[in-house]
Ligand binder design. Structure first.
Ligand SMILES: CC(C)(COP(=O)(O)OP(=O)(O)OC[C@H]1O[C@@H](n2cnc3c(N)ncnc32)[C@H](O)[C@@H]1OP(=O)(O)O)[C@@H](O)C(=O)NCCC(=O)NCCS
Length: 197
């Protein structure tokens, strides 16, 4: 069982590339192995990866970029819920967030708790490296029960409580196709309180 403590975190760069990473998803593999560096060249987000110190194997990877939650786009019930999280006399309309654009764990290391360790790491990393800059973590989770459960288990919740509301937001009301992804968020205040206890 691998702990992220036995790995080094590396920021992707021209000198430190991701090669041969396989998380079992072709789109994500293509992103991490080929496209991530191009995203960085265009200032669209930063990718990081963890390399096991002993075996040098790439264990997991993720990308981050700034984002926000805009209340105007949310259904009333969700809007109210997010407002309640942040009591203010003059309610804000937009809340800063970090987007976990991509995330993957090496295929042969799945189900060993690495993904959950990685999410914990990202929560602490964003709070400490970019303090006070983003209240929420956001991500588009694959709309598959195992993946959604993985994020729910790690304290993420749906931005839109139902798929129908989310479909409306994407203006896909006339399509019967299931959504490919579900937008999920995590309130960083809870993690901040946990860190300072
Ligand atoms: C989803 C993913 C990041 C989870 O990482 P992980 O290291 O396997 O996660 P953990 O071991 O911490 O947690 C395992 C949980 O994730 C769920 N899970 C989701 N997809 C899984 C997969 N392909 N293999 C194993 N577990 C998976 C399991 O149901 C498990 O739940 P349980 O603990 O209740 O049994 C990883 O499976 C992965 O990289 N998948 C392919 C890429 C992907 O889907 N990325 C998410 C993009 S939104």
């Amino acid at each position: 069982m691998i702990s992220l403590d036995t790995c080094v975190q590396i920021a992707l760069s021209a000198e430190n590339r991701i090669l041969g990473f396989d998380c079992g998803n072709d789109d994500l593999n293509e992103f991490f192995n080929e496209d991530a560096i191009k995203y960085q060249e265009q200032i669209l987000g930063q990718t990081y990866f963890f390399r096991h110190l002993e075996t040098k194997k790439i264990v997991c990877a993720f990308s981050l970029s700034p984002d926000s939650i805009k209340l105007t786009y949310l259904p009333n019930s969700r809007r109210k819920k997010i407002r309640e999280l942040i009591p203010r006399e003059k309610p804000l309309q937009t809340f800063p967030a970090f987007l976990i654009g991509r995330l993957g764990v090496a295929l042969d290391l799945k189900g060993q708790g690495i993904g959950s360790q990685l999410l914990d790491f990202i929560k602490t990393f964003t709070l400490t490296e970019f303090p006070n800059l983003g209240r929420f973590l956001l991500l588009d989770a694959y709309n598959e029960p195992a993946v959604l459960n993985f994020y729910l288990k790690n304290k993420f919740n749906f931005v839109f409580s139902t798929e129908e509301q989310e479909r409306e937001y994407y203006k896909r009301v006339n399509s019967d196709d299931p959504l490919r992804t579900r937008l999920m968020f995590c309130d960083m205040m809870l993690w901040k309180e946990k860190l300072t206890l």
